[in-house]
Design a protein around this ligand. Structure first.
Ligand code: GLN
Length: 454
């Protein structure tokens, strides 16, 4: 009875779109068999994980939380999920997310919003957003439904939900994890990564997920370091940069306080702390909200009612009618907003004014980081401007929702490894996160600073 009550309670979070306990059991049995046969076990042997429903899983419905993909059962497995199975992990189910990973609160899902397991201590009982887009992943881990889950991060979707729910998550350097078999949102930004309860768990899981894949043309052809073996919270001789442009208006005082705490902890760990400047920070959010929708509008052209999931074919309709009816019925409002925005900024006449300008800004933002990493090893910043907000708070105001990404999008545009680690609770008892950004390929520096804060 207690078990059934727990299951019912867990189901209320709406973290899973489908559950696949058999998959996890098969993985555990395979590990038992290997152990009995004296075979070496993988890094993730027997670990039951959640899989964001953006990763194609062979024989298991993959929806990107969209009606247009409902019922789509991929005949193939994404590279990252296959690597996790090869390392011995099993799948508990497919986790809810913002539709096509577009959002910061998991409220754009066709399958309903996810509810954070956290509540305000003051009795203000409004259900809270688990963050997004990997909100099913963050809620499931925070509620102890699974010890770890995959996430994807295009503009913060691993780091922001991790911060909102008191867990850890790392977006590795762009190209570390293969994008093959992940439903594409904005291909030049999309990157998979682990979400888990500790920095060490993230390091181990990332080792299993990362690696060169000839099926992804932007995959990094570099060896995967053993980050978990290299973990070291002693930061003597390391320099941490504090970007002055991140002290921006609209950031809660408690976030600034947690940032100061983080600075003190890193000094305690032996690091030298220096002020740095990332002068083009204020252009990151506008540049992101041009580049990401532009790429999305192109990527989402493939959903035509022919190849996947939903098909809406009105009586006597022709091909164009089928496209229009399928896309009108299949995409949610936020997805349509992005397709319209993206198509607009890419259209002849506006391309130079918007898309080209945004790409120039992207280069300037990348260069800011290159300059900064000449004087520091990692950068410490807040992950989000506020703690978790209530469900429904920002759904009527897309701009307010986008503003939540202000600290996470710069590292995305620059393709840099960035992590969120929990740094305590605010006075309402809600978790806060700190962000560590590192130079390209130096996940180790990011993980080590995270460990010093954890
Ligand atoms: N919140 C951002 C957006 O809506 C980032 C999402 C993501 O990283 N997938 O685009």
């Amino acid at each position: 009875e207690a078990f059934n009550a727990n299951v019912a309670e867990a189901a209320k979070l709406n973290a899973f779109i489908v559950t696949t306990p058999d998959h996890a059991i098969r993985a555990a049995e395979a590990v038992d068999a290997d152990r009995a046969a004296g075979k070496p076990l993988g890094k993730m042997a027997g670990v039951p994980i959640g899989m964001k429903d953006l990763f194609a899983t062979q024989g298991v419905q993959t929806t990107a939380a969209s009606h247009i993909l409902e019922g789509f059962i991929p005949p193939y497995e994404s590279t990252v999920s296959q690597k996790l199975w090869d390392a011995g992990a099993g799948m508990l189910g497919k986790l809810n997310l913002d539709q096509f990973a577009m959002g910061s609160s998991n409220e754009t899902s066709y399958f309903g919003n996810v509810v954070s397991p956290w509540r305000r201590k003051d009795g203000g009982n409004a259900p809270l957003a688990p963050g997004g887009s990997s909100g099913g992943s963050s809620a499931a881990i925070a509620a102890r439904l699974c010890p770890a889950a995959t996430g994807t991060d295009t503009g913060g979707s691993i780091r922001q939900p991790a911060a909102f729910t008191g867990i850890s998550g790392i977006k590795p350097t762009y190209g570390r994890c293969s994008r093959w078999g992940i439903v594409a949102f904005a291909s030049s930004l999309d990157q998979a990564g682990p979400m888990a309860r500790s920095v060490e768990d993230c390091a181990i899981m990332l080792e299993a997920m990362a690696g060169f894949d000839p099926k992804d043309s932007t995959s990094l052809d570099m060896p995967v370091p053993e980050w978990s073996a290299g973990l070291n919270a002693d930061l003597r001789g390391k320099t941490v940069g504090i970007p002055r442009e991140y002290r921006m208006e609209g950031t809660d005082a408690e976030i600034l306080k947690s940032w100061d705490d983080g600075i003190a902890w890193l000094k305690d760990a032996g690091a030298e702390v220096v002020d740095i400047s990332l002068p083009h920070t204020k252009y990151a959010l506008p540049a992101y909200y041009i580049v990401a929708p532009a790429e999305a509008s192109s990527n989402l052209a493939r959903y035509d009612g022919v190849r996947y999931g939903l098909r809406d074919l009105p009586d006597g309709a022709g091909l164009q009618d089928m496209y229009a009816a399928t896309r009108a019925a299949g995409f949610g409002d936020e997805v349509k907003r992005r397709i319209l925005l993206g198509t607009y900024v890419l259209s002849a006449g506006f391309y130079d004014a918007y898309y080209t300008q945004a790409m120039k800004l992207r280069t300037l933002i990348q260069n800011d980081f290159v300059e900064a990493f000449k004087v520091c090893d990692v950068i410490l910043a807040p992950t989000t401007p506020t703690a978790a907000f209530a469900l429904g708070d920002k759904t009527q105001d897309p701009l307010a929702m986008y503003l939540n990404d202000v600290f996470s999008v710069p590292a995305s545009l620059a393709g840099l490894p960035a992590m969120s680690v929990p740094c305590g609770l605010n006075k309402e008892g809600l978790p806060l996160g700190l962000q560590i950004i590192g130079p390209a390929f130096d996940e180790q520096a990011v993980l080590n600073a995270g460990l010093a804060i954890e």
